[in-house]
Design a binder for this molecule. Sequence first.
Ligand code: ATP
Ligand code: MG
Length: 332
Amino acid sequence: RLRVLSGIQPTADSFHLGNYLGALRQWVRLQDTHETFYCVVDLHAITVEQDPKVLLERTRRSAAQLLAIGVDPQRSALFVQSQVPEHAQLSWVLECQTGFGEAGRMTQFKDKSAKQGTDRASVGLFTYPILQAADILLYQANAVPVGEDQRQHLELTRNLAQRFNNRYGKTFTVPEPHIVKDTAKIYDLQDPTAKMSKSASAANGLVELLEDPKRSAKKIRSAVTDTGREVRFDPEEKAGVSNLLSIYSALTERTVADLETAYEGKGYGDLKKDLAEVLVEWLIPLQERVQSYLDDVAELDRVLAAGAHRAREVAAATLAATYERIGFLPPA
Ligand code: ATP
Ligand code: MG
């Protein structure tokens, strides 16, 4: 079985529909075909300032949401990054293999640091892609599910793996991007030309998995569409309607073509009303499952600790091999 590694940051109180339909749903599916390592990347979260109490709470909420959508801790190693110290340790070694200019070319750093002001951006934000390389290489992952926004970072990971292997002998598996079929890119409900995003979307442009489902229904019903009448998938001319069709299709497993037929002769109002219902029906049981995990934090922490132990078995072996190749003394 090929091995997959993926992580998500605990930087919001709730994941949003774009996170779920664009990434997390595939985490669940990959469990059927791959050996899966999934982590809540709290080390990455502190590259920008975090309130400690909020971070702790969000880390647990993130894990609870992953469990609730179907990440199965029996089949996947589900863990929190800071509980596996090898991530930070390997990251240091990899930082020493990375050129300063090479790191400086990462466009995500340029974008994010420009937003904060370059002087205020942390060095951690700068080295973030190298920590991400460590996350992947520690597990000898063959494949990493990536969206467009992460392509450059995966390329850096591949370069670092190859460079290290060439200099010190074969140590790391060079990971391939795993392009997932039928991931939906979800757009902002109020501005359907922009992607739904936790940092850029206004509250009513974004559906949060943990918000009051009544609110979500209202957001769908007031989503921006166009002045036409025909329910048709046409991202150029009908970005809003097309986005609603993508969401509808993804949540029901009905094809977009099937939905177009079903809404022939009906208006946008019918589409929105029905999708709002579908969404609410999906959110309610999901939120109940999340709540049940959060009601027993001790058990949740035990599940995560077990995941961390499982991850460490693999991570420690990779780190030990790396240290040996580099010329460090054997473990004390
Ligand atoms: P930010 O605005 O801070 O970048 P985000 O909303 O993009 O936040 P991330 O934490 O960056 O969320 O993304 C987590 C995962 O969800 C990534 O794999 C990303 O590609 C995916 N993702 C985020 N937004 C969408 C979207 N609108 N449609 C599809 N996938 C998305
Ligand atoms: Mg993003």
